[in-house]
Every structure is written in structure tokens, then in C-alpha cells.
Design a protein around this ligand. Structure first.
Ligand code: MSP
Length: 509
């Protein structure tokens, strides 16, 4: 039986910067999504990587006094190192300086030229190196790019892509594919942008060298966004459109991006692909931006959040949980120590951690350290089990909408119900009055915790698996096919000595 496939990508990161919370955020969201799909039976490809060409990187290499390739090789490693630190399970890591990519970009270029969508002209206008983007006079705000980045006047020969011709096809595509851009507010922004005037796009530069040369005209270097966007299809095997990987994984299911780079992904990229007669990705999701204690994050303010430092202070899984739980995915969010510690202590330690620790600790002491044998289930037990069994379907809908916070809220509804159930059923009283009933209550709780832990794996993989170890769930019985009544815990299974999985936050001395 062939499994359904799922292809998800992060943006590829500029190597002139050190990894910060923004990079970690996009990557974590993709990791949770990829893990969820793998557990749900999909054949997943999860891609991340680095964007290594362009004027910005050339300048950064120059100021470091390094050859650009040596420079990018060195700094690209910082992004690679972030992945194991975040416990991210990507399947591929692409660098735009790799031969497979250069071959692919040049092939895209040829396809565009062959089909008459690229012509030689002259560019005269504003360019922002920081955004690697062109701006018209009318778009400038107080002499700066709309992002606040400085602009410079550029006048040089340039190849152009006939973007203006793609206005109607793009609008038709958005209309026929209402899920292509999410969230909806962003979709409206893109539609209104494209409904205005779309100008042809300058797609080559002659004033610097660090990039992919235009085939047949070495004086020109390809525009870094045409180069960068192509990474997604390179990793799927392009230009070998007959390869197994390509046939299986292209088009991508989700390109996850920050709101600042949505236009490139939702306008330019589909236009390039249509013009090259290649299939379009299914969805582009634009997430919001984080501030730090209410302030915009910037190098000049010195308030950049280093993901390694966060992990050291709060622990990896609490950080993963916080970022995906704190704000509705798609909205902007504020990182604050108080909120971070609050989530760690109340959601993870008190609600979820305590639930499993109370039940497992009690079983270790009072129920022979094994999965108890249940007797007849009461209505309350049935309701509790039904709530756990129903969670997969709800969680799946939330993930399919990249609504990580909603997925977690749904899971926490059941965590809350289980905490109320344990207080109402009071197994500690039943121990003396009705040991058989106690066994049924404990069994019900173990089953609920098993469901919660299995479903929490995408967000807190390390901790959820520790909890599953303590529940005696075999390593090959942790995917979503094992949820529900058909795979209940076997009574009599010995349970290892439990230890708290979600410790409370302790302030460093
Ligand atoms: N190289 C381009 C992407 C090319 S994709 C074909 C790029 N790189 S980047 O390194 O500057 O940014 C990568 C991602 O980090 C973007 O999605 C951006 O939105 C995200 N973030 C940067 N700062 C952020 C926050 N403060 N908060 C959340 N995400 C932010 O753009």
C-alpha cells in the first residue's frame, strides 16, 4: 500500500545573521507539522536550509574578510547546529551554493526564456539590500523601504520577468484555490496587492558577482529571490522531473513563511512556476512575528533572543510548547519571561505533568507497579475514554489548518477533564473501600494519559516519549494508528519507576 505523501518546507535562512527566535519559530512549526504527519501515516519530506547568494551575503563576507563560499560554509553551520538543539527531524538541508541547486535554477531560467517570459532591458529604481527587494518611488516611506530598510538607487542593464502578464492568472488561481494562502487576512492582502498594478520584475543584476550566473550571459547574476525560491523544487529532484522523489513530492504541500516574505512566496513564486509550466505548491502559510517583552526585536536594540539560551534557561520542550501554544499561529506574539514561566509551570508541570505523576506514582505505590485490570466501566469512565478517543480527529483538523494552538487547547481540554475525573473518583479513597473500582479508575486514567502523550509527541517529542516509556508503551506502538479502543494497554504490563517529566521552573542562582 502506498502511503500518502506530505512535503513541507521552511524558508531558507540568510547566512549573514546568527540564528534567532524567528528562525527557530518557523522551523519548529514545520517540525511539529512533519512529526504529526509521520505519526499519522504519511511519507514525509521536511526541508530546511540556507540562502547563501546575493548582495547582502557578499557584503557580509567582505566585511568578515572572507571568500564568500568559505564564509557561507562557516555560517551555514550555525543553522545546521540549531536543528539538533531544537530536536528538529528534517529530512534534507539545502544550500543554494550546492551544484544540484545551481543546475536547477539555471534550468528554471531556461524554461522561462524558452517560453518567452524573460527579456533584456534596463532597470532604474530603488533597491533594498537588506530586503533584497526592488521598490518604486511611490512605495518608499520617508525615503526608506516600507520595512524601514535603507534603499539605494540602481541603474543597470537587467533581465526582466513578465510578471505583469500574470495578474489575471494569479487572481484566478487564488480564487480557485481558496486554501492557497493562509491565514485569511493575509490572503486578502495578497489579493489586493495583485489586483493593483503588477510591474515586470527585474531578475538579474550586474553590479555584484555572488550568485548564479545567467545561462549564456555571464555578466548577469540571477536575482537572489528567483534563485532562493527555486530551492523548494530543487530538493524535490528538479530538473529530473522523472525521478521518484520529484514524482512523489512535487508540488509541496506547505511552504511555511513569516509574514514579511509572503509576497515572494504567494505572488512571485507561483508566477514563476506557471510561466515555467510547473505545478504550484498547495499552500503558503504566513506566521506572525515575535516581539521581546513588548519590543520589536532588533540587533541595534540588542534584544535578539538566542534560541540556545532559551533552551538552556527553560528546557527544550517547554520552549517548543510555549512557542506553539502561546499565540494563535498566524498572529504576532510577545515573548515574555513571565508568560514563558507561566506556561511551563501551569500547563506543563501542574496540569499535564502532575496528572501523569499522580497516577503513575499512585500505581507504583498502591497497585503493584503494573497496568491494573479494569472491571465494568461506569458512565463517567466511558465519557473519559470517549473524550480521549475523539482527540485524534479534532487534533488532525487543527494541524491541517496549522492551528497549533487550537490543537493544544483541544488536548488541554482532555487534560483538564482527566484532572477533574481523578479528583471526583478519588482512587486514594477507593483503595480501602473498593479496590476493584480503583483498578478501573486507574486503568481509565492510564489510557487517557497514553492518548495525551501520543498526541503530544509532535510538540514535545522528548518528554512525551519519556512519559510513554513510563506507561510501558512499546516504541513501535506510539503512532496514531495505535490510538483508540483497538490498542488499549494490556493489564498486567509491568510499569517502570515513574519520575516527573515536566519539572517546574527553578530560577538560576
Ligand atoms: N532568505 C529569505 C527567505 C528565502 S525563502 C526562499 C529570508 N531569510 S531570513 O533569514 O531573513 O528570514 C527567515 C524567516 O525568519 C522569515 O520567515 C522571517 O519571517 C522569520 N523571522 C525573522 N524575525 C522574526 C521574528 N522576530 N519573529 C518571527 N519570525 C521572524 O527571509
Amino acid at each position: 500500500m502506498t502511503r500518502p505523501r506530505f512535503y513541507i518546507t521552511t524558508p531558507i535562512y540568510y547566512v549573514n545573521d546568527v540564528p534567532h527566535i524567528g528562525h527557530a519559530y518557523t522551523t519548529l512549526a514545520c517540525d511539529a507539522m512533519a512529526r504529526f504527519k509521520r505519526l499519522d501515516g504519511y511519507d514525509v519530506m521536511f526541508l530546511t536550509g540556507t540562502d547563501e547568494h546575493g548582495q547582502k551575503v557578499e557584503t557580509a563576507a567582505e566585511s568578515a574578510g572572507m571568500d564568500p563560499l568559505d564564509f557561507t560554509t562557516q555560517v551555514s553551520q550555525n543553522f545546521r547546529d540549531l536543528l539538533p538543539a531544537l530536536n528538529v527531524a528534517n529530512d534534507d538541508f539545502i544550500r543554494t551554493t550546492e551544484p544540484r541547486h545551481i543546475k536547477s535554477v539555471q534550468e528554471i531560467w531556461r524554461r522561462l526564456i524558452d517560453r518567452g517570459h524573460i527579456y533584456l532591458g534596463k532597470y532604474a529604481g530603488w533597491y533594498s539590500v537588506r530586503d533584497e527587494a526592488y521598490f518604486a518611488e511611490s512605495e518608499l516611506v520617508d525615503g526608506m523601504a516600507p520595512t524601514g530598510a535603507p534603499v539605494e538607487w540602481v541603474e543597470e542593464p537587467s533581465y526582466f520577468f513578465d510578471l505583469s502578464k500574470w495578474r489575471e492568472p494569479l487572481l484566478k488561481f487564488y480564487e480557485e484555490n481558496p486554501d492557497f494562502i493562509a491565514p485569511n487576512t493575509r490572503r486578502n492582502e495578497v489579493i489586493s496587492f495583485v489586483s493593483g498594478e503588477l510591474r515586470d520584475l527585474s531578475v538579474s543584476r550586474t553590479s555584484f558577482k555572488w550568485g548564479v550566473p545567467v545561462p549564456g550571459d555571464d555578466d548577469h547574476i540571477m536575482y537572489v529571490w528567483l534563485d532562493a525560491l527555486t530551492n523548494y523544487i530543487t530538493a524535490a529532484g528538479f530538473p529530473d522531473t522523472e525521478s521518484e522523489t520529484y514524482k512523489k513530492f512535487w508540488p509541496a504541500d506547505v511552504h511555511m513563511v513569516g509574514k514579511d516574505i509572503l509576497r515572494f512566496h504567494a505572488v512571485y513564486w507561483p508566477a514563476f512556476l506557471m510561466a515555467a509550466e510547473l505545478p504550484l505548491p498547495r499552500r503558503v502559510f504566513a506566521h506572525g512575528w515575535w516581539t521581546n517583552e513588548g519590543q520589536k526585536i532588533s540587533k541595534s536594540l540588542g534584544n535578539v533572543i538566542d534560541p540556545h539560551e532559551l533552551i538552556e534557561t527553560y528546557g527544550l520542550d517547554p520552549v517548543r510548547y510555549f512557542l506553539l501554544r502561546e499565540v494563535p499561529f498566524g498572529n504576532d506574539g510577545d515573548f515574555s519571561r513571565t508568560a514563558m514561566i507561566g506556561r511551563k509551570n501551569s500547563d506543563l508541570a501542574n496540569d499535564f505533568g502532575n496528572l501523569s505523576q499522580r497516577v503513575l506514582g499512585f500505581i507504583a505505590k498502591n497497585a503493584d507497579a503494573q497496568v491494573p485490570s479494569p472491571n465494568a466501566f461506569t458512565e463517567a469512565d466511558e465519557a473519559m475514554l470517549a473524550a480521549a478517543d475523539a482527540l485524534l480527529a479534532k487534533t488532525r483538523v487543527a494541524y491541517d489548518n496549522q492551528a497549533f494552538n487550537r490543537a493544544l487547547e483541544g488536548i488541554w481540554d482532555v487534560v483538564g477533564a482527566a484532572n477533574r475525573y481523578i479528583d471526583e473518583q478519588a482512587p486514594w479513597t477507593l483503595r480501602k473501600t473498593d479496590p476493584e473500582r480503583m483498578a478501573t479508575v486507574l486503568y481509565t486514567l492510564l489510557e487517557v494519559i497514553r492518548h495525551l502523550a501520543i498526541l503530544m509527541q509532535p510538540v514535545v517529542p522528548g518528554s512525551a516519549n519519556l512519559m510513554l516509556d513510563q506507561l510501558g508503551v512499546a516504541a513501535d506502538a506510539r503512532d496514531f494508528a495505535h490510538l483508540g479502543a483497538a490498542h488499549r494497554l494490556a493489564p498486567g504490563t509491568a510499569l517502570p519507576k515513574p519520575a516527573p517529566v515536566f519539572p517546574r521552573h527553578v530560577e538560576a542562582e
